[in-house]
Design a protein around this ligand. Structure first.
Ligand SMILES: Cc1ncc(COP(=O)(O)O)c(C=O)c1O
Length: 434
């Protein structure tokens, strides 16, 4: 049953006084805790230490390529096979390059913006001085939004529901405005809301290219495809094969990396699309590099081998990550389940089946204040608003919690302060309003 602290003004004021006293005590402790970025912890990174030395001096790829030398712009054949297994497509539809999927995504957007596939197809030319635009299902990944900002692409927020982006809105927008050239998608365990796109959503996305035009691109950032927190993970429909069936594969770039499988920053990144797009993109990348780090590709192929080996490896990651997510959820459950202020829940939060984040929603208008209070008390959180284009969360409710990096004791300490700050901010505002 809900217990509403505002039922009694005096009780609420007394509770606020208690919270403020506790908060003042915390301020004197000089804490330094961090729940900001979704980085793997040291224990997770340790799981891949065998990458070091795995080649034992054998630098030859299966086709005889000497991986120490230049070349191989599309990636090693065996690395492309690994990528194809991960992204569920054919090896010819993949390109493996660099250590970061963000870098590949940036290159894709840049290539289409500046060059495009044929004469006149560049987004910037087509815009003729107008603004190229991207749809941004929100809340979303802040670094996607930074790519748009860096290239001067206008961002249009689109509602992200439990099934994925609001497809009615998406279809309407792309049909109304030909300068909308793309959409960012994190289809599985979305950053930060953790949702998985439904099959119906993926089917509609597969047909989006035919509504939006030949040079529209879906950036399908499948960063968390194998990063499960539950034993029976939800399935994601295969956008690449659905798009191929309806003739829109050119409209899709599917992306992944091993940043959160092996070493973040020293993993391999890959992309899948139509063979034409792969060829065009490889040509563009050849202006950027004479070839990717094939030694690292070979190390990864030897270490990760195939989907079954990846799954077994990710099970070990899950054993490390799950207790951390459970601990955050325990604190939220204990502090807020059934608790209301001013007749509304103090907060709501997600219970993700995978990925790296828990999304907490404050009452409207309080996320910034909660992040400020927690920050002053020594707990760093992702800035409120960061999960929205231009840093503008219209409701000011979203707070992204990232428990992967800190140790359990640090999470417990941080969550005590976080829950205290949420209650403090909520009660204070409610009493000021009444
Ligand atoms: C959705 C998403 N895509 C991409 C990345 C970055 O991946 P990479 O390290 O391969 O650039 C992250 C990292 O947090 C992410 O959450």
């Amino acid at each position: 049953m809900n217990s509403d602290p505002t039922a009694s003004q005096a009780q609420a004021a007394e509770r606020l006084q208690q919270l403020q006293t506790q908060y003042q005590e915390i301020l004197t402790q000089g804490l330094s805790l961090d729940l900001t970025r979704g980085k793997p912890s040291t224990a997770q990174l340790d799981l891949s230490d065998a990458l070091d030395g795995i080649l034992q001096g054998d630098f030859r790829a299966a086709d005889g390529t000497d991986c120490r030398n230049y070349g191989g712009g599309l990636g090693l054949p065996e690395a492309r096979k690994l990528a194809a297994n991960y992204l569920e497509c054919k090896p010819e539809q993949t390109l493996v390059g660099g250590n970061s999927s963000l870098q590949l995504m940036y290159q894709c957007v840049l290539y289409n913006h500046l060059f495009g596939d044929q004469e006149g197809a560049a987004w910037s030319r087509e815009a003729g001085g107008g603004k190229v635009k991207f749809l941004c299902p929100s809340p979303g990944y802040d670094r996607h939004f930074s790519v748009c900002e860096a290239l001067g692409i206008e961002m249009i927020p689109v509602a992200l529901n439990a099934e994925g982006p609001d497809m009615d809105q998406v279809e309407k927008l792309v049909q109304a405005d030909p300068l909308i050239k793309g959409i960012w998608c994190v289809p599985k365990y979305s950053n930060p809301s953790g949702i998985v796109y439904s099959e119906a959503t993926v089917q509609r996305l597969a047909r989006l290219g035919s509504l939006a035009g030949a040079n529209f691109r879906i950036i399908w950032d499948n960063a968390y495809a194998v990063h499960h927190l539950v034993e029976n993970p939800p399935e994601l429909a295969n956008l690449l094969s659905l798009s191929e069936q309806v003739g829109t594969l050119d409209n899709v770039y599917a992306i992944g990396s091993t940043s959160k499988i092996t070493f973040a920053g020293a993993g391999i990144a890959f992309l899948a699309s139509s063979e034409t797009n792969i060829r065009n993109l490889a040509r563009h990348l050849s202006y950027v590099t004479i070839g990717p780090d094939k030694v690292n590709q070979l190390r990864h192929v030897r270490f990760l081998q195939d989907n079954a080996t990846i799954a077994a490896h990710m099970e070990k990651q899950r054993e490390i990550l799950k207790p951390k997510f459970d601990l955050v959820l325990q604190h939220l459950d204990l502090a807020f389940t059934g608790k209301c202020v001013g007749g509304d829940p103090i907060g709501t939060w997600t219970r993700p089946a995978g990925g790296y984040f828990i999304l907490f929603d404050t009452q409207p208008g309080l996320a910034r204040e909660v992040v400020r209070l927690t920050g002053a008390a020594g707990v760093k959180l992702t800035p409120a608003g960061a999960t929205w284009p231009y840093g503008e969360d219209p409701q000011d409710t979203n707070i992204r919690l990232a428990p992967s990096f800190p140790q359990l004791e640090e999470i417990a300490a941080a969550m005590k302060i976080f829950t205290l700050c949420v209650e403090l901010a909520t009660l204070k505002r409610s009493l000021e309003k009444s």
